[in-house]
Design a protein around this ligand. Structure first.
Ligand code: ADP
Length: 265
């Protein structure tokens, strides 16, 4: 099987892809496509895990606020997913890249046969130099959008599961914050960025607050859980700020950005 230089999974959250009104952040879509196309041109396999469908769908359906009812959330996800893929297709198309949509739910990864098929699909797409764009299948599954535990936590966990399934070298989680701090920087002015974590344990979890921003739903806790799962399988995880996606070029060039959770192979 042909494998290129590095296999990199990038996860981008709702708070990066949408603005305060819930509209798509077009500039971010555009610069994300440019940064990922460049990463691909440098010989890397690239997989994008993207959220934001419900927020974008709600806006497109002219709903006054983010829907609370399950059926409306699932309807908004169906509308927003279409819009997001349209934007990705268009912006990646500028850079001559082909994208593919993969929608998953938890069962697809739990059942061995489905898991194997899925891994084969990723391999086939990557072999064809296509950039898979993954999201949870919110219109069918409701684990993510309804469960108290938020199984995939705004796709943070999904990105880790995908990184492990595809045997990625790196998982880069783009957030609305510069990385993992010793306490929530939105609450504590004196919070300091932790540049490297070699082992995630209970004490690391106590540093992460509750759920995150209004539009994002994961918070730092689900990002830590994701980092925990991926690093245990040898994947390096970087949490960094996605406001300017060109930070991805710097990371691929080997520069230290955000927080590195070292993969333990
Ligand atoms: P995204 O939507 O980008 O995935 P979230 O809003 O879900 O991001 O999660 C990031 C938020 O987590 C930050 O804006 C911050 O307020 C909060 N947070 C809590 N604890 C920490 C911490 N120790 N370090 C960094 N951010 C933290």
């Amino acid at each position: 099987m042909k494998r290129r230089k590095e296999r990199i999974v990038v996860k981008v959250g709702t708070s990066t892809l949408t603005n305060e009104l819930g509209n798509s952040n077009l500039r971010t879509f555009e610069s994300l496509a440019l940064a990922l196309a460049d990463m691909h041109n440098k010989g890397n396999d690239v997989i994008l895990v993207s959220s934001g469908a419900i927020a974008v769908g709600a806006q497109k359906m002219h709903l006054e606020e983010r829907p609370k009812e399950l059926r409306m959330k699932q309807a908004a996800a169906a509308v927003g997913q279409c819009e997001n893929m349209f934007l990705y297709d268009k912006f990646f198309g500028y850079y001559n890249k082909t994208v593919a949509q993969i929608l998953l739910n938890a069962d697809d990864i739990k059942v061995e046969e489905k898991k194997e098929n899925l891994a084969n699909t990723f391999e086939a797409l990557l072999e064809q130099e296509i950039i898979p764009i993954v999201n949870e299948n919110d219109s069918v599954s409701y684990t993510e959008i309804e469960s108290e535990e938020k199984l995939f936590g705004d796709n943070d966990m999904l990105s880790a599961v995908v990184a492990v399934l595809c045997k990625a070298d790196k998982l880069i989680i783009l957030s609305d914050i510069d990385g993992f701090y010793d306490k929530d920087p939105r609450l504590f002015k004196d919070a300091t960025l932790i540049k490297r974590i070699d082992c995630i344990d209970e004490s690391t979890y106590t540093l992460a607050g509750g759920a995150g921003s209004r539009r994002g739903t994961g918070g730092m806790r689900t990002k830590l859980q994701a980092a925990d799962i991926a690093t245990r399988q040898g994947v390096d995880v970087i949490i960094t700020n996605g406001k300017d996606p060109s930070i991805l070029d710097e990371i691929v060039a080997g520069q230290e950005r955000g927080t590195l959770f070292v993969g333990r192979a």
